[in-house]
Design a protein around this ligand. Structure first.
Ligand code: MOS
Length: 752
């Protein structure tokens, strides 16, 4: 395939890594055989329905429990009065990765959409109708809903553990010395994850043993959290999560409603299924917090940045801490002698914000890329030329070299493919044949190359085949395929000779499928486990006088196509099966761990990069905006499967279009309710909204980030893309819109 050619250099002979394999779970999915959590119906299962609060702050003063219980088919109503006991208070917070939950611990209401009761019935209809009969009464207090409401404070940290203030150089001096300056305030709205598959759980207790089907981006973390809440051993919990219909961060940690499903099963002593309705996903399962970002930039007469100041106002809930780390991209992206990022926040009556699709980077990037575009215009420079003029050769705030950075190649390849060279400098110069205003914009993409901790187990069996086990997650990104490719290579086998097992909490801990770190983390664990199994097998052979590998010693062996070969003479070797048979072994096992290398982390800045070019068309009278063309060029280290990676980039670029033009939760300032808590009015792009998309896979070899050279591709696509679209709207219209999503009103009435 022509569009995959960019990765052809990653191919090695006989290697699965680098092959553009189609999804190994694809057939199961398109034929409906893939079993998602809510597809499970254990014998005797009941259905649970949540009742949620319609106020955002106050107390529940009454529920008509009797009316609900009397409804035909209703089995039980769970309220704070009869909810089974927990071993931990849901508001205990042992680490920044533990989030407080609403588990019917009291009558307090902390946000609209908070669970206030659970009705369990023989059928979904009975449970749902029962929940509607509860007719809650409230003592309501005024809701705090906006970034100007409530007391402003400086959060102790942003994201997970990042400082809320970073200072490098003297920004005031840099601004004072500048030949040109801009100051701009960008606003981004609250957004909700809106995965296709809602949060769902089927929970069954057998005594103190718990069996669960639920979509999870992090099985071990979920299992450990549940064990803590219920005071049971992790060995007594089994979670199955083979397929997720998207997660986007909202399934990274187990959420309150899932725990309520487990509590409901405990209450009634039967298996219970609880599936959130779409509108119930606008509250207890996280969202992206709104931001207001103030940027001040200065540049000298030659267009070199002299200062970047980036202040972020964001919000968390009234009862927990997660602060959108939107300043992060500014630390790394453009060279400047002075860079300062600061954050403050207010507490709102909402559910707690959470990681969502490049948390921090997405909202920070759209603001920074807009401000950079404004600065380029103030300098009279082409925005791509301006970005190259301020290219960061080392990470500006730390002075560390990059472990690898092929961003220049991304700019060059993306610009060539897009046809950027013909772009008029001034805005509002281009029209299409229908009279629509046409604009072109660019944005730089960046995302950190992270790793969590993971483990894997690899087994070579007597028949020469392999098994690789890891509690990894496929939330749609292609882990069933990409990780199996790494597994095959790690054992020197073809992909069809390796049984790849994932998606189950009984398997080795794979960390979390988040932070775009899953392929690197799980992949390195698998790589290590396979290498360990091969090393043990080689030891057997090299110590055995009957083996052609006997005495290979220091020269060592290589594993290829089910055989071990002497490295110094590849004509001498034997099959895995022969070695195991002679040793009288049924199998041989290896273990591996994947984790960030602290030494590499100390010495290098590690990020993926990219450049995104966008074309939009704007109706000059109506202000209707359409993104028509997007070209992204990304460099993210070694590409395990170019087809999956391209799909990840497309997904990210679609989020970018969505961020710039579509997505926003609209909160009613009187009630604190999200007024568009449905997929009809919370706009996400559909096919008709999407431009022609191209993603170029720019070659990049990273010798430091991990032994496989993997940086991660899941979230980078949204960064750069959102800014490119917004900058293209300016170029089409001459109107700089700094509030997202860009409303038609902001650019309407430009005809004439
Ligand atoms: Mo992602 S927001 O790290 O699941």
């Amino acid at each position: 395939m022509a569009e995959l050619a960019g990765s052809a250099t990653h191919l090695r002979h006989g290697s699965s890594i680098g092959q553009p394999l189609t999804r190994r779970d694809g057939l199961l999915k398109v034929t409906g055989q893939a079993r998602y959590a809510a597809d499970n119906h254990p014998p005797g299962m009941l259905h649970a329905a949540l009742a949620v609060s319609s106020i955002a702050r106050g107390r529940v003063t009454g529920l008509d429990v009797e009316a609900a219980r009397a409804h035909p088919g209703v089995v039980a109503v769970m309220t704070p009065a009869n909810r089974p006991a927990l071993a931990l208070h849901p508001d205990d917070k042992a680490s920044p990765f533990v989030f407080r939950m609403d588990l019917l611990q009291d009558d307090m209401v902390r946000y609209a959409g908070q669970p206030i009761a659970v009705v369990i019935g023989e059928t979904l209809e009975a449970a749902t109708e029962g929940a509607a009969l509860l007719a809650p009464r409230y003592a309501a207090e005024p809701a705090r809903t906006g970034l100007d409401e409530g007391e402003v404070f400086i959060p102790p940290m942003v994201g997970i553990g990042a400082p809320s203030e970073v200072r490098h150089g003297d920004v005031e001096a840099g601004l004072a010395a500048a030949a040109a300056r801009i100051e701009a305030v960008y606003e981004t709205p609250a957004q909700y994850h809106n995965a296709m598959e809602p949060h769902a759980i089927v929970a069954a207790w057998e005594g103190d043993r718990l069996s669960i089907d639920t979509p999870s981006q992090g099985l071990t973390w979920a299992r450990d959290r549940i064990a803590g809440l219920f005071g049971i051993a992790v060995e007594d919990i089994e979670i199955r999560s083979p397929f997720l219909g998207g997660g986007f961060g909202s399934k990274g940690l187990i959420a309150g409603p899932q725990v309520l499903g487990i509590l409901a099963a405990r209450l009634v002593g039967r298996p219970v299924k609880l599936v959130l309705r779409r509108e119930q996903m606008y509250g207890p399962v996280g969202h992206r917090a709104p931001t207001r970002q103030t940027l001040r930039l200065g540049a000298d007469a030659a267009g070199g940045l002299t200062a970047i100041q980036h202040h972020v106002r964001t919000a968390s809930s009234s009862f927990d801490d997660f602060f959108e780390p939107a300043g992060g991209v500014t630390h790394t992206l453009y060279a400047s002698p002075a860079i300062v990022t600061t954050s403050d926040a207010v507490r709102l009556d909402t559910g707690t914000p959470m990681f969502m699709r490049a948390p921090g980077e997405a909202s920070g990037s759209i603001a920074l890329e807009g401000a950079i575009d404004e600065m380029a215009a103030a300098c009279g420079m082409d925005p791509l030329e301006f970005r190259l003029r301020n290219y960061a050769e080392v990470e500006p705030t730390t002075g560390k070299p990059f472990s690898s950075k092929a961003l220049r190649e991304c700019y060059a390849q993306g610009a060539a493919r897009f046809g950027w060279a013909g772009r008029p400098l001034a805005p509002r110069q281009m029209r299409d044949a229908d009279g629509l205003l046409v604009g072109w914009g660019v944005g730089t993409a960046t995302f950190p190359a992270l790793m969590f901790q993971g483990q894997a187990r690899a087994v070579l069996r007597a028949d020469g085949s392999g098994v690789v086990e890891i509690g990894a997650q496929d939330m749609g990104q292609g882990a069933w395929t990409a990780l199996a490719q790494i597994a095959a290579d790690s054992l020197g086998l073809g992909i069809d000779q390796v049984e790849f097992r994932a998606g189950h909490s009984g398997l080795p801990d794979a960390g979390i499928a988040g932070g775009s770190a899953h392929t690197a983390t799980a992949g390195m664990a698998i790589h290590g486990a396979g290498a360990d199994a091969i090393a043990r097998l080689a030891e057997l052979a090299m110590a055995d006088g009957r083996s052609p590998l006997f005495g290979a010693g220091n020269a060592g062996v290589v594993a290829r196509e089910g055989r071990l070969l002497r490295r110094d003479d590849e004509s001498r070797g034997e099959t895995y099966a022969e070695i195991l048979a002679r040793a009288g072994l049924g199998e041989i096992e290896g273990r591996g761990t994947g984790a960030m290398d602290p030494a590499a982390q100390e010495h290098y800045a590690m990020h993926a990069h990219g450049a995104v070019f966008a074309e939009v068309k704007v109706d000059p009278e109506l202000g209707q905006i359409r993104a028509t063309r997007l070209v992204g060029a990304f460099a993210a280290g070694r590409i395990i499967n170019p087809r999956m990676v391209q799909s990840q980039y497309y997904g990210g670029m679609i989020w970018g279009v969505s961020f710039a033009l579509h997505e926003a939760a609209v909160v009613d300032p009187r009630s604190g309710r999200v007024m568009n808590a449905n997929l009809g009015e919370y706009h996400v792009p559909v096919n008709a909204d999407l431009p022609s998309l191209e993603a170029i896979l720019v070659e990049e070899v990273d010798p430091h980030v991990n032994a496989l050279g993997i940086k991660g591709v899941g979230e980078i696509g949204v960064t750069g893309s959102a800014g490119a679209v917004a900058n293209a709207v300016w170029h089409a219209t001459g109107v700089r819109v700094r509030r997202f999503p860009i409303a038609v009103e902001a650019v309407a009435g430009l005809a004439g």
